[in-house]
Design a protein around this ligand. Structure first.
Ligand SMILES: [Zn+2]
Length: 142
């Protein structure tokens, strides 16, 4: 069974209702394998901006000039406060890709949480297709 990548992060445990335990375990393996292939990533976001220096004789004061830049900064909030880093212009695309990879990682993890829960729920449902062996000690009397 194939779950489109774009569905990650949108599926809930209900999305997996009706799947067999074996199918769910296959999805669990698939998710873990995808997780392992996510390149190095970071959380947070990248802001890119241009700045006017205010000098009237500077080229940034001319009409249509965006200003100095691009100046980019990566920021994220963490348990120990927020973090930030100035991103050189040549690294903006890479840092954006790292942030996207972080979103990808989080979406796969969120999906794995649902898949794992679905497996645990499926384990507790009585099997309708395969009746298990009769418990010992019920047949025959004393
Ligand atoms: Zn300027």
């Amino acid at each position: 069974m194939w779950v489109p990548y774009s569905d990650y992060g949108r599926l809930t445990v209900d999305s997996y209702r009706g799947r067999t335990q074996a199918e769910l375990e296959g999805l669990r393996e698939l998710g873990i394998a995808r997780l392992a292939r996510v390149p190095p990533f970071r959380k947070g976001s990248v802001q890119v901006g241009y700045r006017k220096c205010g000098k009237s004789n500077c080229r940034c004061a001319r009409p249509g000039e965006p200003g100095h830049g691009p100046r980019a900064q990566w920021t994220r909030t963490a348990r120990d406060g927020s973090r930030g880093q100035v991103v050189p212009a040549r690294m903006i695309d890479q840092v954006r890709a790292e942030v996207r990879a972080g979103e990808e990682f989080a979406a796969i993890v969120a999906d794995l949480v649902e898949v794992n829960e679905a497996i645990c729920l499926a384990r507790m449902e009585p099997s309708r297709t395969k009746p298990g062996p009769k418990p010992q000690g019920e047949k025959g009397g004393p």
